[in-house]
Design a protein around this ligand. Sequence first.
Ligand code: ATP
Ligand code: MG
Length: 238
Amino acid sequence: MGYRLVLDKVSYKYPGQTQYAISDITIEFIPGIIYGVIGSNGAGKTTLLKITGLLYKPLKGKILLNGKDPWRNNIEHYRRRTVYVHEKPVMLRTTVYNNLLYPLKLREIPRGEAHKRIQSIAHTLGLSHILEEKAHKLSTGQKQLVGIARALLVDPDIIALDEPFSNLDFTKKKLVTSLLRKLSSKGKTIIVSSHDTLTIEKTSDQLIVLEKGKIICKGPTKETIKFLYEGNSSCSDN
Ligand SMILES: Nc1ncnc2c1ncn2[C@@H]1O[C@H](COP(=O)(O)OP(=O)(O)OP(=O)(O)O)[C@@H](O)[C@H]1O
Ligand SMILES: [Mg+2]
């Protein structure tokens, strides 16, 4: 069963700041649909994704997972079902394999099953040949791929990826996109932020456009991008 994720008038302000980073965000994320989030630097994309990833608690409004507020229930239970993938993931100073094993160990996944999952995702994302390399010595793009693999290995239901394509070459972008499509078809709830309009057009079904912490436009990706480029057709749903 997937998770319907609802943000109901959510606002968030960083400690010590006067301005809200995002304000009054109301949106529903439905399993099986990939949501893209775009907007200029500082628009609030990362903040929104960290709210959906349960890293930040809304200061106003609420977040609901299948109708329940995780912040009022068992937050750790919901956090085990949710991942936020950082654009520049921090690598443990050990092999790629051990980096991938780490979250599975934490969840007490048996070694044999863990090994199978690691081999499978490494194959899917083209990481098999670097499993024994030291992760902290990899290139930026390779680290980004390992970060994505490490997050997906635990089979989360809600997947928030912050700029996952920013350091990837064209082939790897296609690999990640097709993996996200596969996960989406299995009923995962997927939210992807990006500055890469071309890739987000290929990856997402619905697009959310943020500006100054507010949603200025949302709707089917193709139409929404058309609206942004041409500005003469109406934003379908804002
Ligand atoms: N740790 C922080 N402390 C204080 N303010 C922050 C912090 N992180 C972000 N902000 C502020 O919150 C607002 C939204 O930032 P956010 O990082 O969500 O934007 P973004 O859309 O992800 O930008 P980018 O495209 O540069 O990644 C900005 O005004 C930013 O200055
Ligand atoms: Mg950001």
